[in-house]
Every structure is written in structure tokens, then in C-alpha cells.
Design a protein around this ligand. Structure first.
Ligand code: GLA
Length: 343
């Protein structure tokens, strides 16, 4: 019997560059310290027994016939099916899952779960692990085909490539991942829960994605990465504003990398505010609860604050100057290492 394997995969915070990944644009996420751990133990036979410790729930299925289900089980069955499809010879297994990323918070508990599951299963199979970008694509297929959220590669790449003290500038056209030192000179990044739970598969996320696809069709371009403000202006409402968000957000990612290099935290805060305004007014993914969370951060003196992740609820991110007191319930987030096998 193969020896048991434990894998850990972190969630992520996206500093800036929201709803750009599926538009072949730019983003600047970092892996956080919180994540999902999966312990995989081989079982005789062809069954997968999965235990979601935090939910006090279990699942059991034949690994050759995973079948379609909803909720957290879809991630497990999807991971097993996609690995089999990729030619990984899986043994029967017991999978014990537990996590420290709040679910539905915009901190990508989903990617952490997919990545930890696939790493643990590959480890148990004894097969060679695909490269990190390939694995990110496999995990995103789990989410697209099995969970029903047409999400991009942002979360999986951030979870797999995370580095201590660094954010990652990702170019989703070339899939180049470039680490960028995240040194904040006493400023802090915090997330604050809006109190509104979100799920990408059920929110307006898929609709935004199809609006962008329609905009590309009308402009006869392959992706909104090729759009300009002038081109966006020619689109009908609301596609014009969707495209404007993407074009301006890509520029803000590069400006944020420059601001970090210059240690210009006022400038960085201004970019976070501008990103939020664009996501609220042009991309329309904010909610009253999210706006209240942003206001709470601004009231304590945040240099910038914005919605993160898919939107329609979840957490907001704030950049606090050294002397500001974080609002109650805010959690400091710091960049940590990427997904890995642990002892
Ligand atoms: C979710 C998706 C990502 C990305 C963000 C928005 O987190 O999983 O692929 O599209 O929303 O930037």
C-alpha cells in the first residue's frame, strides 16, 4: 500500500487585477497563509471515501464512476475524474479535508480545495506531478466542468506559485508568473467580511464572463486584452462599461507594480480605490453590504479599499497605514508560500 500523503494549498488575495484573468489580462495576487489541507490514505478497492471535517460531512463513490453531484462533493469527484482523464492512475483512497480559509469569502477556498485534493491524489498515486501551470489548468477544469463556475486561472495559479513576501504579476495571455516584492513598510493589508456569502457558480459571475465574450465578438477580437478605450466606447451598454473596466484594470496592475517598487503606498491605495469604483460602477459586482465594508475601512483611514474575488459579496481588502486601527473583525493577510506536500 502507498504511504499516506498530506498536501496543503493556500487561498489567495488579489491585490489588484479583478475580472481580468478570463480576459487574458493582468493581475497581482498573492497566496495567503490560510489554506486547505488534504490527507490521503490508500484504501483497497476502487472507492473514494471523503471526509469534510469542517462540515462534518462525508462522501463515498466509485472512482471509476464519480457521477455528478452538487456542493463540496463536486470538487472531490471532479478532481478524481479530471486526474483520471489526465492519465493519473489513482488507487482507492480516504481523503480527510480540513481548512482555515473562510468559505465563500472571496479568498478562494475553492482553488485551495482543488489544488490540495489534486496534489494529495497525485502524491498518493506515486505518478509524476505535472508542471504548476498544467496543474492549475486541470484544477480550473474541475471548477468549470464539475462545479459549474466559469472561473479563470487566477486563483489556482496564485495558490500554486505563491511565495513568501511576494505578490505575483500574472500575464494571462502568456501565463508568465513574475514574483514582485510586497514590502509595505509598516502598512498592512487586511480583509474584512461583508457578511454576505457568495458562490461563483450561483452569482452573476458567469453572466459577466459571457458579456465579455459577446463584447469580443462584436469587436472581432480574440480577448479584451486587445481592446482599447476607443473600442470599448463603440460597444452597446452595458458591454461598453464591462470592457472599460478590463482595459483600465490591466493598466492599474502595471501601475500597482510601479507603486510597490517606489514604496508609494498613497499611490497604491489610490489604485485600489479606483479599482473598486470601476468594479462597482462599470462591472457592477458590488452590493450594499460590500459598500458598507469598504466604508468601514475608509473610516479608519485605509489608503485604499476594494472588493476582491468574484464579487457579489465576500470580503473586501484594505490597505491600512501604520498608525490606523483595523476595524473589528478585520484579518491581516500576508503573502505565504504556495501549495506543497507536507509531512
Ligand atoms: C474568482 C475567479 C477568478 C477571477 C476572480 C475575479 O475568484 O475564480 O478566476 O476571475 O473571481 O478576478
Amino acid at each position: 500500500m502507498p504511504t499516506p500523503v498530506t498536501a496543503f494549498a493556500p487561498g489567495r488575495v488579489n491585490l489588484i487585477g479583478e475580472h481580468t484573468d478570463y480576459n487574458q489580462g493582468l493581475a497581482l495576487p498573492f497566496a495567503i497563509r490560510e489554506g486547505v489541507t488534504v490527507r490521503a490514505t490508500a484504501l483497497a478497492g476502487r472507492r473514494i471515501e471523503a471526509v469534510a471535517a469542517d462540515l462534518d460531512d462525508t462522501d463515498s463513490f466509485n472512482l471509476d464512476r464519480p457521477g455528478r453531484v452538487a456542493g463540496w462533493r463536486a470538487f472531490v469527484r471532479g478532481a478524481v475524474a479530471e486526474l483520471a482523464e489526465a492519465g493519473v492512475g489513482l488507487p482507492g483512497a480516504r481523503l480527510e479535508i480540513c481548512g482555515t480559509v473562510p468559505r465563500g469569502a472571496g479568498l478562494s477556498s475553492s482553488a485551495a480545495l482543488e489544488v490540495a485534493l489534486t496534489l494529495a491524489l497525485i502524491g498518493l498515486s506515486g505518478g509524476a506531478c505535472p508542471g504548476r501551470t498544467e496543474l492549475a489548468k486541470l484544477c480550473s477544469r474541475v471548477e468549470n466542468e464539475w462545479v459549474g463556475a466559469q472561473t479563470g486561472l487566477l486563483d489556482q495559479l496564485a495558490s500554486l506559485y505563491g511565495e513568501r513576501d511576494r505578490a505575483l504579476r500574472i500575464d494571462f495571455r502568456s501565463l508568465e508568473v513574475r514574483p514582485v516584492l510586497l514590502q509595505l513598510d509598516g502598512c498592512r493589508l487586511v480583509t474584512l467580511d461583508s457578511g454576505e456569502h457568495h458562490a461563483n457558480a450561483a452569482s452573476g459571475y458567469n453572466q459577466r464572463r459571457s458579456e465579455c465574450a459577446r463584447a469580443c465578438q462584436l469587436l472581432a477580437i480574440a480577448s479584451l486584452r486587445d481592446a482599447t478605450f476607443e473600442m470599448a466606447d463603440r460597444l452597446p451598454e452595458p458591454l461598453d462599461r464591462r470592457a472599460q473596466h478590463v482595459v483600465s484594470e490591466n493598466a492599474r496592475v502595471n501601475a500597482a507594480v510601479d507603486a510597490l517598487r517606489r514604496h508609494d503606498f498613497e499611490g497604491l491605495g489610490g489604485l485600489l480605490d479606483a479599482s473598486h469604483a470601476s468594479l462597482r460602477d462599470d462591472y457592477e459586482i458590488s452590493t450594499p453590504a460590500v459598500e458598507e465594508a469598504v466604508r468601514r475601512l475608509k473610516r479608519v483611514g485605509a489608503l485604499g479599499a476594494r472588493i476582491v474575488g468574484g464579487g457579489f459579496g465576500g470580503h473586501v481588502l484594505g490597505l491600512l497605514p501604520p498608525d490606523a486601527r483595523a476595524p473589528q473583525g478585520a484579518i491581516e493577510v500576508r503573502p505565504g508560500p504556495g501549495a506543497r506536500l507536507v509531512d
